[in-house]
Structure formats: C-alpha cells, structure tokens
Design a binder for this molecule. Structure first.
Ligand code: SF4
Length: 197
C-alpha cells in the first residue's frame, strides 16, 4: 500500500473528503480536515486528522519515545511540543494547532503515523511512561549562550532568549554571537526534546 497522490491545495480551509493511506499497523489511513481560526488576520491553519485505528494504548509508549509535553492517562491523550506548534494525540485523532499550510501538516502527520506504528510494533522493548518528561533546563541552555546580553536576538537578555528557546518559540539562528561548538551542543540538546526542526 503506498501514499496516494495529494490533490492540489484548495482555496478553502475545510477539507474533509479525501484520504491518505500509509503502510501501518495501528493506523492505516486518516482523513484530514483543516480549519482557519476565527481571527480574520490569522495566517495559519488548524489540522484535525481522524484516524482509522485507536492509538490510545500506544500513547504511553509514544510518551516515552517522544518526550511528551502533557500526558493524560484517562482518557488517554498526549501533547507534543514542536517549534511553534502543539500536537495533541487522542484515541482516534491527531490535532495540530498551527500549520502554515496543508503540505506542512501532511509532512508532520506522515512522520507521526510512522512513529506511532513503529512504537506500537516495538512496545515490548519500551517502558510505557505515564508522566511527562522534564522540560529542557533553562540553565543548561543559558550556560551555552554568550551571556553578553547584546540584544542582537531582539530579546533584552540572554536569559529571556534561553527561556524562549526552551519553549520552542525561538531558533538558535536568532543569536548571531553563538559559538559554532556551543551552537552544535545546544542543537543536540534541543533536538532531544524535539525543539528543533
Ligand atoms: S543575541 Fe545571543 S548573546 Fe545577544 S542577547 Fe541574544 S542570546 Fe544573548
């Protein structure tokens, strides 16, 4: 079973009709719907993907692998944090709060479904986790920044920048003074929290 061709993006945001099929175990296909937020100047979309399989039992294992931002055991739901967006997984739905267009949503959904199915297949090797992983430590980020408070990143201090980086709201490229070696260390650290693209 392969990926079906994706039709051209329609002008309207509501798009409930077609399906994408992927090789999978728990999830074989989904139906995506896009909604533009009520704010008339909003440029982003919200995406809701209805799944053909129930992924609730896989969420504690996914929480272990993907370091969830929030986890609720009953009914099961897992929220993941990515740069600029939150993704919430429940039994039969994946909701993404902000995507810039449909292509971005489909890319993220394809990756998530691969992760869900791979995690479910390998669940015997993974310890399920029913709490969320600790967030990135502010001081671990700050100690790798130049700490000159030069404001070139648009923030008043390196501390404020570190907080934003730790929340996924800023990328490392915004700090021009960051040493290459520390940039790589920070990138590796943030990647382990899925806070870099
Ligand atoms: S640009 Fe870098 S060094 Fe300057 S304030 Fe921002 S984080 Fe600190």
């Amino acid at each position: 079973m392969g990926v079906k061709s994706i039709p051209p993006a329609p002008r309207l945001c509501r798009w409930p009709r077609w399906r994408l099929e992927v090789e999978a175990m728990l999830v074989h296909q989904y139906q995506a719907r896009f909604v533009r937020p009520p704010n008339p100047v909003a440029q982003h979309l919200r995406c809701f993907a209805r799944l053909d399989g129930d992924i609730g039992a896989a969420l504690p294992y996914l929480n272990t692998r993907l370091k969830g931002h929030q986890f609720c055991p009953d009914p099961p739901s897992l929220t993941l944090k990515f740069p600029g967006k939150l993704v919430t997984l429940t039994g039969r739905e994946i909701a993404i709060n902000m995507v810039k267009d449909q292509d971005e949503a489909f890319g993220l959904l394809a990756w998530l479904i691969r992760e869900i199915n791979a995690t479910w297949e390998r669940r015997g090797e993974i310890s399920p986790r029913f709490e969320v992983a600790p967030p990135p430590r502010l001081l671990d980020i700050l100690k790798l920044l130049p700490r000159t408070n030069c404001r070139a990143c648009g923030q008043p201090t390196c501390m404020v920048f570190a907080m934003q980086v730790g929340q996924g709201a800023q990328g490392l490229e915004a700090c021009p003074a960051l040493e290459p070696e520390n940039r790589q260390k920070l990138a590796d650290y943030l990647q382990s929290f899925h806070l870099l693209d």
